[in-house]
Design a protein around this ligand. Structure first.
Ligand code: A2P
Length: 287
């Protein structure tokens, strides 16, 4: 028998062919968008029982390569902030593409209909519960650290809790700002979002994008722009103070450490789920 032997009745009546085993905790990809050669976002189905708080992360991934010694495959998982809000039917993620990264070298090739692994156990500190009440909330992001804020910016609680919402995003190039810029633009134009969040609430958002390695309307690291006072002048706001300001930080390690120092310098204290305070920090995923 060769490979193109037609299927016969005998074959059709034979024992049913075993379904290809699906991944453990599999979810199906529903959309993929590539923003630059290094960044993409995608959406997957959401387990019907999965609850999370906007700003939390989950472990997601794919099956790793077959181990030549054991012949077995293990899941390759990494922590990813959920970029969609907690009310969304689907889950959205925003990812870097690292050509030799164990996970993202493969994940960047996913397509609609493919499956990924998602462990439905959300955790994280970038949640409203970890902050004490305030008037103004700052979201500080670099690179893919924008993801948890993509969730929180679409959550009505952000606007119930604060009078002003300031989001800063520092990236190397202007192209790397596009995911965040488009998301904020859409928030302000999408009728469903306007109805859900309220026009007066969307007017609370101030967006401060900066680039460090490519020309753009605002250049420089947010940390330097805060230290010099330029960021506050540009935004037309008072500098940060512990009575009214709360902050959430998500970026690369060096950025997180530097901004922690700055926030502590303004008199803010770090909070956690178990001990809410004035600011919280999480490291953005890097493969
Ligand atoms: P820079 O280009 O000056 O290093 P990365 O792609 O390396 O994760 O960086 C994302 C953005 O974060 C870049 O614009 C980078 O600026 C900026 N960045 C890196 N380290 C810091 C830091 N310690 N403080 C502020 N911004 C930083």
């Amino acid at each position: 028998m060769n490979e193109i032997t037609p299927v016969t009745d005998a074959a059709t009546n034979a024992e049913p062919v075993k379904a290809v085993p699906t991944l453990p905790d599999a979810q199906t990809v529903t959309a993929v968008k590539h923003w630059t050669d290094k960044l993409f976002s995608f959406r997957v189905t959401r387990p019907s029982t999965m609850r999370f708080r906007s700003g939390e992360f989950v472990m997601i991934g794919l099956m790793g390569d077959v181990n030549p010694k054991t012949g077995k495959q293990k899941p390759l998982l990494r922590a990813y902030s959920i970029a969609s809000p907690s009310w969304d039917d689907e889950l959205e993620f925003y990812s870097i593409k690292v050509q030799d990264g164990p996970l993202t070298s493969k994940l960047q090739h996913i397509q609609v209909g493919d499956e990924i692994i998602l462990r439905p156990k959300p955790v994280g500190t970038l949640v409203h519960d970890a902050l004490i009440p305030g008037k103004r909330i700052w979201f500080f992001a670099t690179g893919t650290g924008f993801a948890p804020f993509a969730s929180l910016l679409r959550d009505p609680q952000t606007y119930e809790d604060y009078d002003e919402v300031i989001i800063t995003h520092t990236c190397r190039t202007a192209g790397e700002l596009t995911y965040g810029a488009e998301l904020i633009e859409n928030l302000k134009q999408d009728e469903m979002m306007i109805e859900l969040l309220g026009q007066e609430n969307l007017d609370k958002i101030r967006y401060y994008p900066t680039t460090t390695r490519e020309e753009s309307p605002k250049m420089g690291r947010i940390t330097d722009l805060m230290r010099s006072g330029e960021a506050f002048t540009d935004l037309g706001v008072d500098p940060i103070n512990p009575d009214s300001d709360r902050a959430m930080v998500c970026g690369n390690l060096a950025f997180n450490l530097e901004i922690k120092d700055l926030l502590e310098g303004y008199g803010l204290e770090e909070g956690a789920n178990s001990k809410p305070a004035q600011y919280v920090v999480e490291k953005a995923f890097l493969d």
